[in-house]
Design a protein around this ligand. Sequence first.
Ligand code: BTN
Length: 303
Amino acid sequence: MSADEPPLGARAPGKGYAGAPPPAWGSAPRAAGERGGKSLHSSAETIWQQVMALGLPSLASFSVEILPEIDSTNTELMRRARAGRTEPTLLVAEQQTAGRGRMGRAWQSSPGDSLTFSFGINLSPASWEGLSLAVGTSVAQSLSPASEEQIQLKWPNDLWWQGRKLAGILIETASLPAPAGAQERFAVVGIGINIRQRPFDANLTTQPAWLQEISPASSPKTALERLFAPLLGDLLEFERAGFAAFSGRFAARDGLKGRDVALSDGLQGKAQGVDHTGALLVHTSLGFQRVASQEVSVRPQTP
Ligand code: BTN
């Protein structure tokens, strides 16, 4: 690790969860009710116990860390992987100073406004295609209220509420040293969810959505506790069965299907769902095009 990296929360040997001591959450005011048992810190043991109860040998070394501040939870888990530390880890940050989004973009958040975390785990699926869609599907299902209107998915990595971005996903992987199988990699699944309304941002054409619009009592803690165990289950399901296990659930929340879209690579057409690998299908003037690259952004055109 380089010398300028921020200190990590202490690990609790033999316990499996760890957290830096409370407060030091930064200078922004915290919402009433986020202290004590309602803070993210109290989630660590809850989640650790949920995971231990699964009794899976591959998760015996699972740990949860809640940090007051770090540059980026994804960056940190990738740093650890490069240093050979690939035990399954849930790393939650109350504040990221250099949060990262897809395609080199920044992910901005303030303490209490968002849930920002990464989960690192060794996985060996037959194919990695469609992982971000499976993750998005899992999180959307966990967060959706029991109402007609659903959180939707915007291929390939966003969660949407009423046409506005609610959450983003950044997945990175690192290869493992031999004798791991060819397909086995350390996957870092990073998720950022807007929880509270943020101040109006004149630089954005569309203001983001926030979870308290949907579930007014939501907090980073309630969101994390609601979504993490199902997410873990879905990652293991993805490892076993690939994107095929999620295609129906994804289709039910596909926010682009049937819409005119413009891609950052110049392609234009009507989005027609995804294929069995999770690639976006776009009907263009030249026929169907299959878009598999995650390095393009897709903009729906106004109806
Ligand atoms: C995107 O919308 O482009 C993806 C955003 C992903 C943000 C999360 S926040 C937790 C994790 N750490 C990061 O630096 N990024 C991801």
